[in-house]
Design a protein around this ligand. Structure first.
Ligand code: GMT
Length: 377
C-alpha cells in the first residue's frame, strides 16, 4: 500500500507513535511518505520504502502567523497525486485532520479519491480541541474523516462526551517495538555513570507541559529520597522545567536530580531506571509509561484517562488520584525498598507491556487500512 503520514515531528508522543508506525509499515513492505514540517525525530531512513516531504512555509510581511494549514494541504494534495497514495493517515486532529479534508476536496476536483484516517491522541481532544476557539473545526474534521481511531477507550469516551460525533471510533492502543529494546545489552547500560551502586534510579520523561505536573514529580521524589537512597532523572524540556528546578533547589535536593533536557537516548536511559513517575493531570494512554514498562520499569502514575488501561494496580505499579503526593511516594517506597518485590514489579511491567507490542497492535492498523481501501468513499 502507498501511505501518507502526517504528524508533529517533535518529541511528543503522537509524533513518536506515528513515526514508529510508519517505520514498521515500511519494514513490512508498504511505501510510507511522511509529510511534516521537519524530519520526525525518530525517523531513520535505512529503508528504501520510507520517504520524507517537508512542508515549507513562505514568509510575507502581511502575515501575522504563517498559514501552515494552507501549506500542508497544498503539499498533501501534491504528494498524493505524484506518488499515487492510497490513504493519508493524520495523527493529532489539530490542524492535520482539517488540512487533510481540504486536500481531499482539492483532489476531488481532479477526480482523485483520497481516504483520510484520523488518529486522536489526547490533548487534541481533552485540552485544546474542545476549546471554543477550535471546537467547531475539530468536530467538523473528525466527522469528515473516513475512519477515526483513538489511542484508548478512555479517549474514545472523552471524544463522544465533548463533541457531537456521528462516526464510529475504533480504539487502537499505542505500541512499543521490543526488538529495539533488546538492542541494549548490559554492557551498554551504563548505570554506574549516574548513580552509586546503593542508589535507585527514578525517571520521569515528558515535554514538561503543565498537564504533566512535573512539580508533583519533584515533590514525590522528595518524599521517596527520605527513606530510599536515590537519584531522579528528569528527561525532556518544556514550560515547567524552570519551576521544577527552582522547587528542587528550595527543597535542597537538586544534587540528587539530573535535568537532562531533551534526549534521543530514551532506551539507554530506561535500561537503568528502577521506577518511572507519571503524575499527569490527564493522559490519554501514556506512551512514555509503556516504553518504561517495556524496559522493565514499574510505573507510579495517576489514575486518569487511559492510564488504567496500561498500568495495572499492584502489579505493574500503582495508580493514585491526581496530586496525591503522599500516596504516590508511599507506593514508590513500597516497591523500591524490597529487592525481591522490585524484581517482581519489574518482571510484571515487562510481561504486561507485551500486550502492547508492535506485533500485537500493527495488524489492527493494517486491517483498518485494508478496510478503508476496499470500502471507502
Ligand atoms: O503527552 C504529551 O504531551 C504528548 C502527546 C502528543 O500528542 O504528542 O501525547 C499524547 O499522545 C500519546 C500517543 O498516543 C499518548 O500516549 C499520550 O498519553 C498523549 N498525551 C496526553 O494525553 C497528555
Amino acid at each position: 500500500m502507498n501511505l501518507g503520514i502526517v504528524c508533529y515531528p517533535t518529541y511528543g508522543g503522537s509524533g513518536v507513535l506515528a513515526t514508529e508506525l510508519g517505520m514498521a509499515l515500511a519494514h513490512k513492505g508498504h511505501n510510507v511518505h511522511f509529510i511534516t514540517s521537519h524530519q520526525p525525530v525518530r525517523l531513520n531512513f535505512l529503508n528504501p520504502n520510507l520517504h520524507f516531504h517537508e512542508v515549507f512555509l513562505e514568509d510575507y510581511p502581511l502575515f501575522h502567523y504563517q498559514p501552515y494549514v494552507l501549506a500542508l494541504s497544498s503539499k498533501l494534495a501534491e504528494v498524493v497525486e505524484k506518488y499515487d497514495l492510497d490513504i493519508v493517515h493524520v495523527h493529532y486532529a489539530i490542524p492535520h485532520a482539517y488540512a487533510a479534508y481540504m486536500a481531499k476536496q482539492m483532489l476531488k476536483q481532479k477526480g482523485i479519491n483520497l481516504p483520510i484516517v484520523t488518529t486522536l491522541h489526547g490533548t487534541d481532544i481533552t485540552l485544546v480541541g474542545s476549546h471554543p476557539v477550535y471546537k467547531t473545526a475539530v468536530e467538523f474534521s473528525i466527522n469528515n474523516s473516513d475512519v477515526v481511531t483513538s489511542v484508548s477507550d478512555s479517549l474514545r469516551r472523552d471524544t463522544l462526551r465533548l463533541f457531537n460525533i456521528n462516526k464510529e471510533i475504533d480504539v487502537i492502543h499505542n505500541f512499543v517495538d521490543f526488538k529495539k529494546q533488546k538492542d541494549i545489552n548490559d554492557e551498554d547500560c551504563k548505570r554506574g555513570t549516574l548513580a552509586n551502586s546503593d542508589e535507585k534510579i527514578i525517571t520521569h520523561i515528558s515535554n514538561f507541559r503543565p498537564v504533566k505536573r512535573v512539580l508533583d514529580v519533584i515533590l514525590t521524589f522528595n518524599e521517596i529520597q527520605k527513606s530510599i537512597p536515590s537519584k531522579l532523572l528528569m528527561v525532556g524540556d518544556g514550560p515547567d522545567r524552570e519551576k521544577a528546578e527552582i522547587l528542587a533547589k528550595e527543597l535542597g535536593i537538586k544534587k540528587n536530580i539530573l535535568f537532562m533536557g531533551k534526549s534521543d537516548e530514551i532506551r539507554e536511559i530506561l535500561c537503568f531506571s528502577d521506577l518511572f513517575l507519571l503524575p499527569s493531570e490527564t493522559e490519554s494512554f501514556g506512551l512514555a509509561a509503556l516504553e518504561a514498562m517495556a524496559a522493565r520499569t514499574p510505573v507510579i502514575s495517576t489514575n486518569t484517562g487511559g492510564l488504567p488501561e496500561l498500568n495495572v494496580q499492584g502489579e505493574t505499579g500503582f495508580l493514585s488520584d491526581v496530586g496525591d503526593i503522599s500516596e504516590m511516594s508511599k507506593k514508590a517506597v513500597f516497591i523500591l525498598k524490597d529487592e525481591e518485590r522490585l524484581k517482581r514489579f519489574k518482571d510484571n511491567a515487562f510481561d504486561h507491556a507485551h500486550k502492547f507490542s508492535l506485533e500485537s497492535i500493527l495488524p489492527h492498523y493494517e486491517e483498518m487500512y485494508r478496510r478503508v481501501k476496499e470500502n471507502c468513499c
